[in-house]
Ligand binder design. Structure first.
Ligand SMILES: [Zn+2]
Length: 341
């Protein structure tokens, strides 16, 4: 699954982001649909984060993501809170944007504020076309069937204001803006660029969140067990990131595996069916555990079986669908997986 040959593609993908200039005039309002429910070597020394425009006196576009930052960092811990918040937020409000770019596959990338320039929108569009959508297609045999929207934010201030407009509780805003990497409601994705380390990180988030979009559009977002939904999104995200920065993915996977192993040894390991409050209070990355479970399914039954399961989910019941494809009870798998860790 983690093909070293992808390094070549990573080189091709190594687009260096220059500072872009926002296109003046021609402001277009995009109607975001209202949802119904839901190192190699790292040569360059580059900025660690997107600049916060509120602290800048420059008027030019301020967002930039380094092509490839570091091989020793952990990004995966950021998503748990936001993935849970999406269960409470019913819709994401419309976003007006002066800079927009339509990619293939029905996905439109938009600026969530004026400091997100055309360069980073182009980079996101390229990553969607070259990494995220092909990986989702290969892994799940699915693609966005309807319009999807990716909105990029440059600062905690603009992201937080938009979250407030979306109805997110005020008490959660600072935690979400500080610690999360992406939010998907139905077919709309919001991404806080300033929390991302580099372009490989953006590739990860795009593939992860677009997996949620595809699953939502396929009508199984609320049908799949959470561990399957998050596990397949993590799998797609890591594979997209690996195309650009295999070393950081290897490092991250080692570290997160150790975390899960330590939780097991100390008796803190949660079952795959853990409740939301258990997950939020856990001291390790539960979504990585979800990913490990999906990986075990693929190793044991093959990637085609996973694809069949996703495509046939919702036919009868998830328990029956699981048994039809994997010839084992889902509860039996959930229990035995935890024991094998
Ligand atoms: Zn997720």
């Amino acid at each position: 699954m983690y093909n070293p040959l992808l390094k070549i593609i990573a080189t091709l993908l190594g687009i260096v982001l220059n500072i872009g200039v926002a296109i003046p005039g021609n402001t277009t309002t995009i109607q975001v649909p209202v949802p119904i429910n839901q190192p190699s070597t790292n040569e360059k020394s580059t900025p660690t984060q997107v600049q916060n425009p509120s602290k800048s006196t420059q008027n030019s576009t301020k967002v930039q993501l380094p092509a490839n930052k570091s091989d020793k960092r952990i990004i995966g811990t950021k998503r748990t809170i936001e993935d849970r918040v999406r269960q409470r937020v019913r819709s994401l409000p419309e976003v007006s944007s002066a800079v927009q770019k339509q990619s293939s596959g029905n996905v439109t990338v938009l600026a969530g504020d004026p400091s997100v320039g055309s360069q980073v929108i182009q980079t996101a569009t390229d990553l969607i076309q070259s990494a995220a959508l092909p990986i989702i297609k290969t892994n799940l045999g699915l693609a966005p069937g309807n319009s999807a929207f990716v909105v990029l934010f440059s600062s905690p201030r603009t992201y937080g204001n938009s979250l407030l407009r979306a109805g997110v509780d005020n008490s959660l805003i600072s935690s979400i803006t500080a610690n999360t990497g992406g939010l998907t409601i139905n077919s709309t994705i919001w991404i806080p660029l300033y929390n991302l380390q580099d372009q490989s990180d953006l590739a990860n988030v795009l593939a992860h969140e677009l997996t949620h979009v595809v699953v939502n559009q396929y009508g199984i977002g609320n049908t799949l067990p959470t561990w399957v939904n998050e596990g397949i999104a993590w799998r797609d995200g890591l594979m997209a990131q690996e195309k650009m920065n295999p070393n950081v993915v290897a490092y991250e996977m080692r570290a997160l595996s150790q975390e899960v192993g330590e939780a097991k040894r100390s008796g803190r390991l949660l079952p795959l069916t853990a409740t939301e409050s258990d997950i939020l209070n856990s001291e390790y990355n539960v979504e990585y555990q979800d990913f490990m479970a999906v990986e075990q399914l693929v190793k044991k039954y093959g990637s085609n079986a996973l694809q069949t399961f996703i495509q046939q989910a919702n036919k009868t019941s998830i328990s029956q669908d699981f048994e039809d494809v994997f010839h084992a009870g889902i509860e039996q798998f959930q229990d035995s997986f935890t024991q094998t860790l």
